[in-house]
Write a protein that binds this ligand. Structure first.
Ligand code: AGP
Length: 610
């Protein structure tokens, strides 16, 4: 998820671009750049790091101050680490084209080969530079036509702003899957990837639809679709504050990121599932099916939520691939002198890619001769670089300290890894195809739970004043119990523990009383009946029990005191809708308790110290 700003009108462009980038920095902040029109050419300036580094670089660039048309970008890296070369805008090689992009071009490799073969030279590792050269190669004096023709060759998602030196004052913008909004001013237009960069100038906005393309000069707009002629898109009033706009209108980043999960998972899965062959495509792992079939064990290391996701991975890899797998807290792995063999694959899970304990575990695994790979959200992070191979989440920046969309994206990747390992062993193509469909259903399972947000908020009201709570589950629901307890702890400050449902009677049940509720994962699957038995044991100690149950399961609904339903789905995929239900439950309890949800006390988003 990146930040895009563009301007055309009577005023100097640079101040509008830079102030807009500052507002969008939460969307991506590993590098930034601008391109503005001057008499001689389109001038591009780019810098690694935050927008402030770009401002320093620009310094007193007086030659750029008079320009009244430009584009700008703050990056969240997906293809190629955060470097000055990979920063946007990217130039089209020969005809004075400059372009910024938010999204993922899936067929960028094939396009890159095609353009290289006709002499284009690439300066970056990005998919976006491919697009810039493609537009350049199709440009014959009409930028709208060139971009339209280019986008017909593109698979993937985009929010784009592009300009050409031979068309002064003109911006051409387009979107498919990544938002573009046009701010309508007096003789001017401000384009951005979200309203927070526009509000300072105007509250009149047009939100482009997928496959819209717009040609803009000052306040003149011509909006078309990629497949047809001019269309009319109504303007609307932006009634948010700038701060609310950064959160997409949500009260907290955490809620925004919970609701981003269907799209985040779609981005995680994009281009990585082969329906026909019933397999996953995880080229970043850098392991052939033969090397995968030679693996004897998968060791998963992580911390906190990432460790909880790793436990799901352990279950799925053993369950489907029959490969020995085990998850371990990263610091424990690092210090206990573990047995690690060259036939082991160590998978380090980390949203930030900078967690000190996980990084140390990676280094220890390398020193012990294991194959290592990362499962990381932040491109170019230390863990991503030091493992040298792995799978990026593509979940977009996660701002809220409590990890939500990273967890569900991590689990989605781990299910794909289990599929890939299984298909390099005994899983049939037919079973593989079924598992591909189950994984592809994940976004819609999440959407079904998100639709119950108001219902979950009502249930949360009954659990606001507790001082303690237990989360219990079995099998795949045991990691969900751990993750649900962690969410509640870290944002509501209620003491919560996740336990295996069978373990409660080995001690913790002594703590149960009316003031200690139990959240039970008793959705359809192996062991559900036993968990319902545990529910009865808890109720016999006067604890109120909230059950996560499968839609239509009247027996479970009748057993628990309160319930939240999730769609019927296989146990291994039910991890994700069940977790989303607990994310919303914890969020609403914390909101009702007036907690500082996005920045809880004592916590940091990335724990870069031991
Ligand atoms: C999760 O909600 C917490 N913020 C924390 O447990 C986090 O998952 C842990 O610090 C690991 O972070 P990482 O994924 O960036 O390595």
């Amino acid at each position: 998820m990146c930040g895009i700003v563009a301007y055309t009108g009577p005023r100097p462009a640079l101040p509008v671009l830079l102030s807009g980038l500052k507002r969008l920095e939460y969307r991506g902040y590993d590098s930034a750049g601008i391109a503005v029109e001057t008499q001689e050419r389109i001038a591009i300036r780019k810098a690694k790091g935050k927008v402030s580094e770009l401002v320093k670089l620009l310094g007193e660039s007086s030659d750029l101050e008079t320009s009244t048309c430009g584009i700008a970008h703050t990056r969240w890296a997906t293809h190629g680490p955060p470097t000055q070369e990979n920063a946007h805008p990217h130039a089209g090689g020969k005809q004075g084209i400059a372009l910024v992009h938010n999204g993922i071009i899936e067929n960028h490799r094939a396009l890159r080969e095609k353009l290289s073969s006709v002499g284009y030279v690439f300066l970056s590792e990005t998919d976006t530079e491919v697009l810039a050269h493609l537009v350049d190669s199709l440009y014959q004096g009409n930028l709208v036509q060139a971009l339209t023709n280019a986008l017909k060759e593109v698979d993937g998602t985009f929010g784009i702003a592009v300009m050409a030196h031979s068309e002064p004052g003109t911006l051409v913008v387009a979107r498919r899957g990544s938002p573009i909004v046009l701010g309508l001013g007096e003789g001017e237009t401000i384009v951005a990837s979200d309203a927070s960069a526009i509000i300072k100038h105007t509250r009149q906005a047009i939100y482009l639809d997928d496959n819209d393309i717009a040609c803009i000069k000052g306040s003149e707009l011509d909006i078309r679709t990629l497949d047809s002629g001019t269309v009319v898109r109504p303007a609307s009033e932006i009634d948010w504050s700038a701060d609310a706009a950064e959160k997409g209108g949500y009260e907290h980043y955490m809620l925004k990121e919970i609701f981003e999960q269907p799209e985040a998972i779609r981005n995680t899965l994009r281009g990585r599932l082969d329906r026909d062959r019933g397999n996953a495509i995880l080229s970043g792992l850098g392991l052939s099916p033969r090397e995968l079939s030679d693996l004897h064990r998968v060791l998963i290391v992580g911390c906190g939520t990432s460790m909880n996701a790793g436990l799901v991975g352990e279950y799925a890899i053993e369950d489907f691939a029959g490969v020995l797998a085990e998850v371990e807290q990263a610091a424990e792995f690092r210090y206990r002198n573990p047995i690690v063999n060259p036939s082991d694959l160590v998978v380090a899970i980390s949203q930030s890619g900078e967690t000190a304990d996980t990084l140390a575990a990676v280094r220890e695994a390398i020193d012990k001769g294991a194959l290592v790979s990362g499962l990381v959200n932040t491109v170019g992070s230390t863990i991503a670089r030091e493992t040298g191979r792995g799978v990026y989440l593509h979940a977009g920046p996660e701002i809220s300290v409590a990890s939500t969309k990273a967890f569900t994206s991590q689990v989605s990747v781990l299910l794909m890894m289990a599929l890939k390992f299984a298909r390099s062993r005994r899983m049939s193509q037919e079973k593989g195809r079924r598992m591909v469909k189950e994984i592809e259903d994940l976004p819609s399972l999440v959407e079904a739970v998100l639709a119950k947000n108001d219902e979950i908020a009502k249930v949360a009201e009954r659990y606001v004043d507790q001082q303690s709570a237990f989360f219990i589950g079995r099998g795949y629901m045991y990691p969900v119990a751990l993750e649900g307890a962690l969410k509640l702890k870290e944002i509501s400050y209620i003491h919560a523990e996740g336990y295996h449902a069978a373990e409660l009677k080995h001690g913790p049940i002594a703590l149960l009383e009316e003031s200690v509720p139990v959240i039970a994962l008793c959705n359809e699957g192996p062991g559900k009946d036993k968990t319902l038995g545990n529910v009865a044991e808890c109720q016999a100690r006067a604890s109120r029990v909230l059950g996560i149950v499968t839609e239509g399961d009247e027996e479970a609904i009748a057993t628990v005191d309160d319930h939240i339903t999730i769609p019927a789905c296989p146990m291994h995929t039910s991890v994700i809708p069940a977790t989303v239900a607990l994310q919303l439950l914890s969020y609403h309890i914390a909101r009702l308790r007036g907690c500082a949800i996005d920045q809880p006390r004592n916590l940091a988003k990335s724990v870069t110290v031991e």
